[in-house]
Design a protein around this ligand. Structure first.
Ligand code: CMC
Length: 428
């Protein structure tokens, strides 16, 4: 294949270099397009065909259902690694040695204390505030309490901001949930691992010793790993674009959390469970809801189905489906919602509408069933996604800074009024 793309506009032909990734993905480098053509831009709503950056973090092949972090397959990582190792891998590029991981975790623990005044901010939220809104605000507020975290010009500054947020974010997550439940806010224990400590901070009751259930620990580890990165999705692109203005890490992450909140993105895990509950309440008639999903006049969508990039099984959904069975089995829980989900999946996989559009279950379809079995309230599901995605956002933000990417600033094609003279208010 030639390494040049040619574009003809009227009489003129322009040449652009092709760029190839390590997995043989090809892109047309149009950086010189506007200059060469005297102002022509491309337009691509939803960025369906647009690569926003070159990245060495996550590879995904939506046709083949492949997902890898730094070259390691998601299946192997979910099976053999723990979440903190994966976080290190994503952020720094290699699996850590024991010493590297210990140092990373100690630095995180040394920075895990959150200014006590943050509790006053939490107190000011209504108890029924959505935790994603609370978390986004608190993450942004952290900058006010840690002003030096906006200095991220050196690797050392970045490292300091990274260990701070890796330490403080789980505290904010736990406090957000505990506040809603009316439970006292605390810090867990330095003696526990990263995930065990998150569990203790979230679930410990004030009047009993918290015991780590290894089944729940493994399930949370796996879920966090599966959510840890997914290349240039909506929230990650948001983090990179906000960070490209040289806004600090916490402000960039706060924007990412807001982007994740939407039901077409991370908010889908909450929406899936609410949908499955509604179907159950409605007598379990899955056919009726399949019909609604296919009806173009009906805004209803089968939540947890379809993906911008996967046109085959989402590999994460495959792992989570098996995990849902195992966790419910291990915990001795029978959840009719799981049967409804499996029924819907079977119908969709055999339905022409879904087959033709290549709509398969995505990561959010079964995750909520596990979260529910673990005793996590439904409004916290997307927060769990954010907890998992944190190292992915950090690694993408760090990569963007290290590569000295320019400020993200797309073009547009203006379709408004042409020039018209101002009319005074008494003449309108
Ligand atoms: N139920 C019914 N029809 C659907 C669905 C669905 N869940 N998803 C896509 N379609 C149809 C859509 O109506 C369109 O049909 P047509 O070609 O006749 O107009 C076609 O499939 C293509 O859909 P699209 O909206 O153009 O695809 P997209 O790539 O812009 O959107 C998506 C991808 C994930 C937003 C979409 O599939 C969706 O809304 N799914 C439900 C929400 C969801 O589960 N989101 C989680 C995504 S995975 C985790 C994450 O990213 O955070």
């Amino acid at each position: 294949m030639s390494d040049i793309a040619k574009l003809q506009i009227g009489e003129n032909t322009y040449e652009f270099p092709l760029i190839q990734g390590t997995e043989k993905e090809t892109a047309i480098d149009i950086a010189s397009l506007r200059g060469a053509t005297g102002g022509v831009v491309t337009i691509d709503p939803g960025f369906k065909n647009t690569g926003s950056c070159q990245s060495a973090i996550t590879f995904l092949d939506g046709e083949k259902g492949i997902l890898r972090y730094r070259g390691y397959s998601i299946e192997e990582l979910a099976e053999k690694a723990d979440f903190l190792e994966v976080a290190y891998l994503l952020i720094f590029g290699e699996l850590p040695t024991k010493e590297q991981l210990d140092k990373f975790y100690n630095d995180i623990l040394d920075n895990a204390i959150v200014d006590d005044d943050i509790k006053k901010i939490i107190d000011a939220f209504p108890k029924n505030a959505h935790p994603m809104g609370v978390l986004s605000s608190l993450t942004s507020a952290l900058t006010a309490f840690n002003p030096s975290s906006v200095n991220v010009d050196s690797e050392e500054d970045m490292y300091n901001a990274i260990v701070k947020i890796m330490g403080k974010f789980p505290v904010l997550v736990a406090w957000t949930m505990r506040k809603q439940k009316g439970l006292p806010l605390h810090y867990g224990s330095r003696k526990l691992g990263y995930v065990e400590n998150i569990m203790k901070m979230m679930f410990e009751k004030p009047n009993e010793e918290y015991e780590i259930n290894p089944i729940i620990k493994d399930a949370i580890d796996k879920l966090l790993i599966l959510h840890a990165d997914h290349e240039q999705n909506c929230s990650t692109s948001t983090v990179r674009v906000v960070g490209s203005s040289h806004a600090g890490l916490f402000a960039s992450l706060s924007a990412g959390i807001s982007a994740l909140w939407g039901p077409l993105h991370g908010g889908a895990n909450q929406a899936v469970l609410e949908m499955l509950e509604a179907i159950k309440e409605d007598g379990g008639d899955t056919k009726k809801y399949m019909g609604k999903a296919k009806d173009k006049e009906d805004p209803f969508r089968l939540m947890g189905f379809g993906h911008r990039v996967y046109k085959n099984f989402d590999p994460r959904a495959k792992i989570i489906k098996v995990a849902a069975d195992e966790v419910l089995d291990d915990l001795g829980i029978q959840d009719p919602i799981l049967d409804i989900a499996k029924g819907l999946e079977q119908e969709a996989l055999n339905d022409e509408y879904f087959v033709k559009r290549k709509l398969y279950p995505n990561v959010d379809f079964y995750s909520g069933i596990i979260y529910r079995a673990l005793g996590i309230p439904v409004e916290m599901f997307t927060v769990m996604f954010a907890l998992g995605r944190l190292p992915g956002w950090i690694s993408q933000w760090r990569e963007m800074r290290l590569r000295k990417e320019p400020i993200g600033r797309p073009r547009q094609v203006y379709t408004g009024e042409n020039y018209r003279p101002f009319v005074k208010i008494n003449k309108r």
